[in-house]
Design a protein around this ligand. Structure first.
Ligand code: HPA
Length: 286
């Protein structure tokens, strides 16, 4: 083993250990994986016949750093679809290495999941957006300057160099847009700019990002979307615009405001997501 392999040897067998444990607890194959941002955590309570698996029980999985929030996988049926849902996600700003952050999506892939829905709260950069809007992510700008796919590559999981033009699956975006009329929140489609946080952006960074074509800014989602693109898992990602980003108006960016707007919009966002899940199923049935 060379020095890099000694640090992390994240080959297929490593992730199979986690997946085999989860498979031993369920008698069905999840179709869709859900990683829900702060706005939508309550959606997990709608899952029927839930099987709950604490992250710490899963061999070689990551453990949540948020003490008040015991992390767990919740598997069951949601609006007619078999799902695996994370009660909370892992962020780089919590102190994990990028290489470790591939674990959830690799696990989903090995469970046989067909597609994945990611949600998050984000700051609006596009001046046409308002807090409370939803934004279907069409593409992203990764300001982290690093990829979770760095390090030794196991070609059985995905290729060393891989295309990310369709990281946010066009078919799933079209489906989400076609259901926008049913949602009382305004649905936008745009580019998500990712930086690692935990600080919000500076006003100068937001001006720079607007010139670069970004519509919203956030601290999650890109890691998971890149990992999914690598192993060929289709992704739909939706941001709730919880605030206008730094310097867009005269307000300071405030974590409490983010949570407040997220909570206000949760019910409608949930309804929208439920109709997306229901239609995903009918698409496959056709
Ligand atoms: N910037 C980055 N992340 C965020 C923001 C923001 O303005 N709002 C919610 N998450």
């Amino acid at each position: 083993m060379n020095n890099i392999e000694m640090k992390y040897n994240f080959n297929l067998e490593y992730f199979e250990k986690s997946a085999d444990y989860v498979k031993s607890k369920i008698d069905f194959k999840p179709q869709t994986a859900l990683i829900l941002g702060s706005a939508l955590g309550s959606l997990a309570s709608d899952i029927k016949n839930p099987v709950e698996i604490p992250y710490e029980d899963i061999p070689d999985f990551l453990v949540s750093t948020v003490k008040s929030h015991a992390g767990k996988l919740i598997l069951g049926e949601l609006y007619g679809r078999k799902v695996v849902c994370m009660s909370c996600r892992f962020h780089y700003y919590e102190g994990y290495d990028y290489e470790q952050l591939v674990a959830p999506v690799r696990l989903f892939k090995l469970l046989g999941v067909e597609n994945m829905i990611l949600t998050n709260a984000a700051g609006g950069i596009n001046t046409g957006y308002k807090p409370g809007d939803l934004m279907i992510i069409r593409d992203h700008i990764n300001l982290a300057g690093a990829s979770p796919l760095r390090g030794p590559n196991d070609d059985r999981i995905g290729p060393r160099f891989f295309d990310v033009c369709n990281a946010y699956d066009e078919g799933l975006r079209t489906l989400a847009k076609s259901l926008a009329k049913e949602c009382s929140l305004r649905i936008q489609e745009g580019v998500y700019a990712y930086q690692t946080g935990p600080h919000f952006e500076t006003p100068a960074e937001i001006r720079f990002l607007r010139m670069a074509g970004a519509d919203a800014a956030g601290m999650s989602t890109v890691t998971e979307a890149l990992t999914a693109a690598h192993c060929g898992l289709k992704t739909l990602a939706i941001s709730l615009i919880s605030n206008m980003a730094a310097g867009v108006n005269n307000n300071r960016v405030d974590g409490e405001e983010v949570d407040y707007v997220a909570a206000q919009s949760a019910k409608e966002f949930k309804k929208y997501l439920s109709s997306i899940l229901a239609h995903m199923e009918s698409q496959e049935d056709e």
